[in-house]
Design a binder for this molecule. Structure first.
Ligand code: GDP
Ligand code: MG
Length: 175
């Protein structure tokens, strides 16, 4: 693994309101870790994980917002060169879903027009506190041409699938 040949590097950005679980989704995917009392992200720009797709090694370089989730505070450098995006809301916070069209607009304003986007409804383990029906999100994703999954970084549900969906789609576009 140390001297593994890398065939592709794909930059992926995580966006969405504060506290929806972006950093935990990333640490679940990159290090298989989860922390209940995660501090607001500061400093760390990205983490990487290399996966194999159709016998090629693909390094995902995943960028996490460093507490810039206020509207329009994410800089264009963050989006530069991104070929994939994960747009995250919290299924227990209606407001985080209502803000998705803004995030999408900002993303489309800054990123490449062929960027692959997945909408993620995180914290699916908190079903009893659900405030966003799956159908609403599914319908929105369909209308906007986004992939869609509900995830739980806590229980590790669909996190791997979410990244592999985006990475495989990007892989197929460049091949
Ligand atoms: P960020 O601000 O979007 O990066 O959110 P964080 O990753 O820091 O997570 C915010 C809070 O939600 C933390 O207390 C996490 O432990 C919690 N959290 C993140 N993902 C999940 C999840 O899938 N389920 C539950 N129950 N809590 C989560
Ligand atoms: Mg964070």
């Amino acid at each position: 693994m140390a001297n593994q040949k890398i065939d592709y590097v794909f930059k992926i950005v995580l966006i969405g309101d504060s506290a929806v679980g972006k950093s935990q989704i990333l640490s679940r995917f990159a290090r298989n870790e989860f922390s209940i009392d995660s501090k607001a992200t500061i400093g760390v720009e990205f983490q990487t994980r290399t996966v194999v797709i159709q016998h090629k090694s693909v390094k995902a370089q995943i960028w996490d917002t460093a507490g810039q989730e206020r509207y329009r505070a994410v800089t264009s450098a963050y989006y530069r060169g991104a070929v994939g995006a994960m747009l995250v809301y919290d299924i227990t916070k209606r407001q985080s879903f209502d803000h998705i069209p803004r995030w999408l607009e900002e993303l489309r304003g800054h990123a490449d027009k062929n960027i692959v986007i997945i909408l993620l409804g995180n914290k699916s383990d908190l079903e009893s506190q659900r405030a966003v029906p799956t159908e609403d999100a599914k319908e929105f994703a369909q209308k906007e041409g986004l992939f869609f999954l509900e995830t739980s970084a806590l229980e590790s549900t669909n996190v791997e699938t979410a990244f592999l969906t985006v990475l495989t789609e990007i892989f197929n576009i460049v091949n």
